[in-house]
Design a protein around this ligand. Sequence first.
Ligand code: PLP
Length: 373
Amino acid sequence: MIPFVDLKEQYISIKDEIDTAVLKVLESTQYVLGEDVTNLEVEFAEYCDAEYGIAVNTGTSALHLALLAAGIGVGDEVITVPFTFIATVAAISYTGASPVFVDIDPVSYTIDVTQIEKAITERTKAIIPVHLYGQPADMEPILEIARRYGLVVIEDAAQAHRAEYQGQRVGSIGDLGCFSFYPGKNLGAYGEGGIVVTNNPEYASTIQMLRDWGQASRYHHILRGYNYRMDSIQGAILRVKLRYLDAWTEARRSHAARYDQLLADSKVLTPTVMPYSHHVYHIYAIRTSKRERLQQILSQQRIQTGIHYPVPVHLQPAYADLGYQRGDFPQAEAAAQEVLSLPMFAELTQSYKCRLQWLSLQQSAIKRRKKLT
Ligand SMILES: *Cc1c(COP(=O)(O)O)cnc(C)c1O
């Protein structure tokens, strides 16, 4: 079978380094935050061309604290898209603010920048563009609108480590950038993890306090904070893996180019890379009106696929109280009906070849056994 994602192959390829790093943490008895987490913060911020990095326990916490640091709370409105993973919207509601949706552009699947202004009210405080599938949102017009209305821009870069917009790494383009290190993300921990990057020292120190019970120093609580600290083991693992991220990203991009080639003459729509973007293909989503049938055929060929995402957030029962209805965001709704994600991970071709080799070995072994009996 060709799996949708295979995390095993990657672990095997760096097993010695990972095992050594993990054992070192176990022996250090420093299990939460600590040196590896601090070093990860410095290294990952630098990787994003940002001044500060603040590691947290999940990507969702990263978004939550970025919003809080920007002063967002009850009575405020935050603009984002309905075609995203639920966490983007959940983080907004954690603060007490109201999510306000803007439809997506049907080509890039990111926020339709021409529709942002009409969603702005006197209560609007921030915009969260989502770099969906690993392709940056169109940041220049977003920043221009934000400047004009005095809004904070928080990038949801959970799917876009190392992606670039007009040559600039995502995360450091807006006021704050949030990443997830969930195992299946382009840079994944062996557990949960996330980080906020920013160039603003005040945001950085607020988030640093908020993730650790609002403490300025031990047992001196300046703010009402959270237990959103990163585990030392995840910090150590992520530091090892960060060194491979360039190579893994290139592998994803070459698999995507191969898919593009193979599907060029087919009826399915392949992803469009926008002229401003360096796409990192967290997800390679094709588009077809015959999705169910295609998914079935692929499944019969033992090729796993996924759907990201089948129900846009404005139609989720959990957010029914926002008052949106079917038809409110036609592009998000259409995409939700038609997108299909093909297998995508750095080791894709290697593991496929391994499996083929393994199958042919098995077959020849069976033949040999038959001859013997
Ligand atoms: C994964 C993801 C998140 C949340 O990250 P977690 O680490 O799972 O909390 C937020 N936004 C998007 C777009 C994501 O894909």
